[in-house]
Design a binder for this molecule. Structure first.
Ligand SMILES: C[S@@+](CC[C@H](N)C(=O)[O-])C[C@H]1O[C@@H](n2cnc3c(N)ncnc32)[C@H](O)[C@@H]1O
Length: 197
């Protein structure tokens, strides 16, 4: 999907989208479903230096492709959370089809209500304002050394450790330092894909 279509989709979803998470609770979907293309998924995992020992969380996991790729390519365990039950059904089917159901877990939930303390890598393809709202939670729950990797959107004034451009899209990386004090002053290093080969 082109960036322009994505922006239209975002505006439309901001205008009208909501989904019942439980009978008594309606949650606004602030970020519509748009899947990350596989080249960008691969670049995100590479940028995050994914390994077998990692536990990769995708907050707003869609069809589970990031977590599934981490399991398939690196043997990493993973958790995907999405507010839309249909996406979680797809993710579970995809995990079975790719023979990684033993490594991954997908569940329906609101990312703001989900426990991410086990994550060593957090992947995000959410709108900027959602990323920014997630910052206190990520700071509080993630351990030093955890990596946050995002597609397309930054984290407000948190300066990334790295930025890569893949197929015209930006991929950002933050590594949580000791004490989890992410600097707003470190200049981003813009690197192209070949720098990581
Ligand atoms: C842009 S898609 C990204 C999908 C996947 N991460 C990827 O990169 O292919 C955003 C996803 O976040 C989900 N989402 C939006 N708001 C959410 C929330 N508050 N909690 C959990 N999931 C949410 C949507 O249902 C959608 O599947």
């Amino acid at each position: 999907m082109s960036r322009l279509n994505f922006i239209h989709l975002i505006l439309f979803s901001l205008f009208c989208s909501s989904i019942p998470l439980a009978r008594s609770q309606e949650v606004q979907i602030r970020t519509p479903y748009v899947a990350t293309p596989s080249d960008i998924v691969n670049a995100m995992l590479k940028l995050a230096d994914a390994r077998k020992s990692d536990i990769v969380y995708d907050l707003g996991c869609g069809d589970g492709r990031i977590v599934i790729a981490a399991a398939k390519e690196y043997g990493a365990r993973g958790v995907g959370i999405d507010i839309n039950p249909q996406r979680i059904d797809e993710a579970n089917q995809n995990a079975k089809r790719e023979h990684v159901a033993n490594l991954v877990n997908f569940h329906i939930g609101d990312v703001f209500e989900s426990d991410v303390r086990q994550a060593t890598i957090v992947a995000l393809y959410m709108l900027s304002d959602v990323n920014v709202k997630l910052r206190p939670k990520l700071m509080h729950e993630l351990k030093p050394g955890a990596r946050i990797v995002t597609h397309g959107f930054g984290m407000g004034n948190w300066q990334p450790n790295r930025v890569e451009e893949v197929d015209g899209e930006k991929v950002y990386l933050w590594v949580l330092p000791a004490g989890n004090k992410l600097s707003a002053s470190v200049e981003p290093i813009l690197l192209n894909r070949s720098s990581f080969k």
